[in-house]
Design a protein around this ligand. Sequence first.
Ligand code: KIV
Length: 271
Amino acid sequence: MSSKSDYKLVTLDTLNRYKEKNEKFTCLTAYESTMASVISKAGVDIILVGDSLGMVVQGHDSTLPVTMDQLVYHLECVVNGNNGSHIMADMPFMSYATDDLGLENAKRLMQAGANSVKIEGGEWISKMAKALSDRGIPVCAHMGLTPQTINRLGGHRVQGRDPSQKEKIINEAMSLEKAGAAMLLLECVPDELAKEVTKELKIPVIGIGAGVHTDGQIMVVHDMLGISCLDNPPKFVKNFMEESSSIKNAIENYVKEVKNLKFPSDEYTFK
Ligand code: KIV
């Protein structure tokens, strides 16, 4: 039987090396320990304890109701099941609305076992990214479709399609890297835009609905297991259970397909 000490921890160095070597890495969400254990043993590099838990675990129709206490609870469950994956924890809606709040809440997540935190936003989160990074907390900036601002965006739409929006995303991504962000996550953007951002930035870029060119891919685990909480899952969602014999096998197939550039194919990509 393998024990936790048999697994090597995925660090920022590991992820940066993937980028240098032009090798793809994988990420999945998890919210509890058994799934975290299966995911990490299948070789997934990053587990995101996402605020998507508000939708897939709690049954809300957005991520907005998720609280810090709830995020910390699910993070602790994931930490208990993890076997070496890098654990990224989401900072929930309004948990970084002010500098003091952001620092205090990021501290809670790191003390509960996160290896990095994810915050949604563009230019306006630069100051927070710098403050956290200066204090030793790796930050993943989440841009493109940012579910916490869904009420302002007006719906789940592809972002960065018009030239001014595209330029804004590229410039903001570059200034976040300069401010100290350790990773960038791009959600729901055309693949050419994601390709350009990935090329411009030195830090690893993770994509969801952003095409095949990003350094890493992420999916909500329920989506890739064919049990999406949405009646009509978005175009970028692939059900890996369709061609797999078990949950473990579906996750292993996801890892293989990302590494071999088979996923996401054009069918799952915004052009
Ligand atoms: O909360 C989440 O699961 C996320 C992913 C959609 C990237 O932010």
